[in-house]
Ligand binder design. Structure first.
Ligand SMILES: Cc1cc2nc3c(=O)[nH]c(=O)nc-3n(C[C@H](O)[C@H](O)[C@H](O)COP(=O)(O)OP(=O)(O)OC[C@H]3O[C@@H](n4cnc5c(N)ncnc54)[C@H](O)[C@@H]3O)c2cc1C
Ligand SMILES: NC(=O)c1ccc[n+]([C@@H]2O[C@H](COP(=O)([O-])OP(=O)(O)OC[C@H]3O[C@@H](n4cnc5c(N)ncnc54)[C@H](O)[C@@H]3O)[C@@H](O)[C@H]2O)c1
Length: 448
């Protein structure tokens, strides 16, 4: 027998929870399927545990800075087991709060994977049937596995959160968000880090700031090997060597992290049989309203080809519920200015276009204003690393189309500027604003 709902959601990660909760708030009867922990990637093996580790690494960096400015400091050692227990308790608390909220909202949570039988019916392995006029696919993505010998000797980002102790010397393969963030976190926590990058780092970010970040990472002791393709991993757990296509051997390492991207979890759900269209990498194709190519089936979050960020998945889920249940037929989210931060040391943030993208789109109409400064406390400590801020503008009235920030505080300062850019920000607005002094944020106002 099939139980009937107004909305069925597959996946209880950022996107699925958002769609389910908002739909229930609007009065819908909702079924939410997920075989795994509530909260999905972000809460359990992404943003949240990563940010906790970033804080720990940052504290260790602050401790070193404290010594540089005159504090008498004893060596600081992280009790890894205690930190992990505290971090995991915090995450368990988030999951518990989700469970309570879902129950209070009257959402039927089913701890099983579901597969589509038609555009309005799903089934689980245990034979549970459910139907609804609307089905939302929010099944996310998982780490990509390279087809190289010895791949199993390495960890995926999911595994790094289970480490019982910090590695002594870790190799990280990849040059994207995950690779750069963990290179900085592991280095901050005292590990030797080799970062093996196939081509270049963080190719979606502005080259000038990426190079400045790379220089700081190297100054902190991270060894960055660019244009390096790994052919095989050899050895045994704890003693791993990497072989590259130029015949060089690197290592030995006691840990290896593969951070070579993610693939959408879009298979084995019956979507293909129903004619749902995918791109060549398996992302479900959606329009601006999250419609797939099949009426009645929608998709949000990392399973789609939109930007793989939690707030994007959340915004998509909410707008979709607004449209399907709330009756707001034009509801969609504004993806014109999605800010993003790489939690490196120091953090790198951007919103809008890079200089390279703006020049490709607007040619000679582009003006760029960039500046470098050494943060006050680093100057006090006698350090010379430089933070970078950059504005990319278009036209005679210099509309700001891109904001780029690298340095301590960039992660927190970017949000307000991103709101301004989304609303329409001009060079003269920044010149007319009164700065907050002395801060990192004021550097964007002081650009010439
Ligand atoms: C290491 C790491 C760090 C990150 N850090 C950040 C960050 O700092 N900031 C940021 O914005 N983003 C970050 N991200 C990205 C962010 O985690 C994702 O964009 C976000 O979790 C996507 O949400 P989602 O709902 O699309 O998918 P997910 O959160 O992956 O949820 C999908 C859910 O679907 C379930 N599922 C799969 N198949 C089925 C099925 N057949 N039936 C039912 N359920 C199913 C899965 O079990 C899972 O729980 C990070 C990602 C990683 C890997
Ligand atoms: N701070 C954040 O907001 C944050 C943090 C982590 C992840 N994320 C999101 O999750 C997404 C996935 O992150 P990611 O780091 O897994 O992927 P990514 O797409 O950012 O980077 C993948 C990296 O792997 C490399 N690569 C791909 N195939 C390879 C191969 N065969 N050999 C060697 N290198 C190879 C690519 O060149 C690239 O450098 C990000 O794009 C981002 O949207 C966000």
């Amino acid at each position: 027998m099939s139980e009937r709902f107004d909305l069925i959601v597959l996946g209880a990660g950022s996107g699925g929870l958002s769609a389910a909760q908002h739909a229930a708030r609007l009065g819908a009867r909702v079924a939410l399927f997920d075989p795994d922990a509530l909260g999905g990637t972000c809460v359990n093996r992404g943003c949240v545990p990563k940010k906790a580790m970033w804080y720990a690494a940052h504290m260790a960096d602050m401790h070193r800075l404290a010594a540089d400015v005159g504090f008498e400091t004893a060596p600081m050692r992280l009790d890894w087991a205690r930190f992990r227990r505290l971090r995991d308790q915090y995450i368990a608390g988030i999951r518990d709060r989700y469970a309570t909220r879902l129950e209070t909202a009257g959402i039927r949570v089913l701890s099983e994977a579901a597969r589509l039988l038609s555009a309005n019916a799903v089934v689980t392995a245990s034979g549970l049937h459910a139907s609804a006029p609307h089905i939302v696919i929010a099944t996310g993505a998982r780490p990509y596995r390279l087809d190289v010998p010895g791949f199993e000797l390495g960890m995926l980002s999911d595994d790094i959160f289970m480490l019982d102790a910090p590695p002594r010397h870790i190799a990280i393969v990849g040059g994207g968000y995950v690779a750069v963030e963990f290179a900085c976190v592991m280095r901050g926590l005292g590990c030797e880090v080799d970062l093996l990058v196939r081509e270049n780092l963080l190719t979606d970010f502005d080259i000038e700031l990426v190079e400045a970040l790379a220089a700081q990472m190297q100054a902190h002791g991270i060894r960055i090997l660019r244009h390096t393709r790994v052919k095989a991993a050899r050895g045994q757990p704890g003693v791993i060597t990497l072989e590259t296509t130029d015949g060089t051997a690197h290592g030995p390492y006691d840990a290896l992290l593969w951070a070579v991207g993610r693939v959408p979890s879009s298979g084995d759900m019956g979507l293909e049989q129903l004619g749902v269209a995918y791109d060549e990498r398996g992302h479900v194709l959606v329009d601006a309203f999250q419609n797939t190519s099949v009426p009645g089936i929608y998709a949000v979050g990392d399973v789609t080809d939109r930007k793989a960020l939690t707030p994007v998945a959340v915004a998509a889920g909410r707008a979709l519920a607004d449209r399907l249940i709330g009756g707001h037929l034009e509801a969609k989210f504004d993806d014109s200015a999605i800010p993003s931060v790489v939690f490196a040391e120091p953090p790198l943030g951007m919103v809008g276009l890079t200089e390279q993208q703006a020049r490709a789109r607007y040619g000679n109409d582009v003006s760029v204003h960039s500046g470098r400064y050494t943060p006050l406390i680093w100057m006090v400590a006698g350090r010379s690393e430089q933070s970078v801020v950059k504005l990319v503008c278009v036209g005679a009235d210099r509309r700001v189309v891109g904001i780029h920030v690298l340095g301590p505080g960039s992660d927190e300062l970017l949000q307000g500027f991103a709101v301004a850019l989304q609303k329409g920000l001009y060079w003269h607005d920044l010149k007319a604003a009164i700065a907050i002094h002395p801060t990192a944020a004021e550097e964007l106002l002081l650009l010439r």
